[in-house]
Ligand binder design. Sequence first.
Ligand SMILES: Nc1ncnc2c1ncn2[C@@H]1O[C@H](COP(=O)(O)OP(=O)(O)OP(=O)(O)O)[C@@H](O)[C@H]1O
Ligand SMILES: [Mg+2]
Length: 250
Amino acid sequence: MIEISGLTKRFGERAAVSGLDLTVASGEIFGFLGPNGAGKTTTVRMLTGLIRPTSGRARVAGFDVAENPIAAKRAMGLVPDEPFVYPKLTGLEYLRFIGELYGVRLDEIRRRAPELLEMFELAPWGGELLESYSHGMRQKLVLAGVLLHEPKVLMLDEPMVGLDPKSGRLVKDIFRELAKRGTAIFMCTHVLEIAEKLCDRVGIMIDGRMIACGTLAQLREQGRGGGQDLESIFLSLTGGAEYASLLRYL
Ligand SMILES: Nc1ncnc2c1ncn2[C@@H]1O[C@H](COP(=O)(O)OP(=O)(O)OP(=O)(O)O)[C@@H](O)[C@H]1O
Ligand SMILES: [Mg+2]
């Protein structure tokens, strides 16, 4: 569902993403990890056609993102790192707008939009302007929006940020169910517990390069620290040795 080869993005002299190769299958949940500035969001922006790669290719649901951007975008849903919503629309108007953008039939939108608001416990605010929504409410509305058009591929950049524990649990269960139905899920996250419990495979980015990729069992073999949980593996792969010395600046 996602095929990435040699994907590279340079900003001036600096490479934000270097020669990324990766495939994500239908029904798979892939966790994309890495320290701040590692190149995760830049990768998502290239995969979703928001920025052009300097070189390399990305195909989503069989469509080349550069050559066939509309078809590729129709097949995917994006939850970006910041939940941007139009402040002067209401929740229901936003969902109708997103639905129409993706070509969902109007009767289908009328049926699904209230159900989705209900699922995310936003129904009482469906008629309120989005400028009055909290960060978490916006995040849930954006999630409701991507579920409306049933994409084959979901791109999620830190989807759990700002969600309360109950909503976080709901969203995890939704992702599991979507994967069971065949959706490919590509998710950037800093929450190692989510990566550990939810993701079939994880990839670890550092300075634009994916330095490890595989199931948790495979990463355990690659981790130099010999730790068993993902946090130890992550820290050993991303230079946890220097961590202790950081506190000297306090
Ligand atoms: N538009 C841009 N212009 C110049 N440099 C950029 C731009 N966007 C990103 N970068 C640089 O690319 C690198 C990767 O940034 P990116 O946002 O992809 O990191 P990230 O892995 O998503 O980090 P975080 O975990 O903080 O979200 C950073 O060094 C960043 O400064
Ligand atoms: Mg980011």
